[in-house]
Write a protein of this length. Structure first.
Length: 79
């Protein structure tokens, strides 16, 4: 009985080692800033509209609600 538990534990540790070869996870999604939320005469600068690649439905977009955005751009010179 005790020998079986040791063998099961040894088998479980081998499976944990195999998971280290997993592909890296991308922690960002590319997108475009469209502008601010607005009506005909008012503009709301605290609410920015984004278009994210691969997001087509409201359910897909729900995951991104409240997430932070990094504005990354290419400049002529490195500072």
């Amino acid at each position: 009985m005790a020998g079986e538990k040791k063998q099961l534990a040894a088998g479980a540790s081998k499976k944990k080692m195999e998971k280290k070869t997993k592909q890296p996870v991308r922690l960002y999604a590319k997108g475009v800033i469209l502008g601010y939320k607005r009506s005909k005469s008012n503009s709301y600068a605290n609410c920015t509209l984004l278009k994210l690649d691969g997001v087509r439905t409201r359910e897909d977009a729900a995951w991104y609600f409240g997430k932070r955005v990094a504005y990354v751009y290419k400049a002529k010179k490195e500072v």
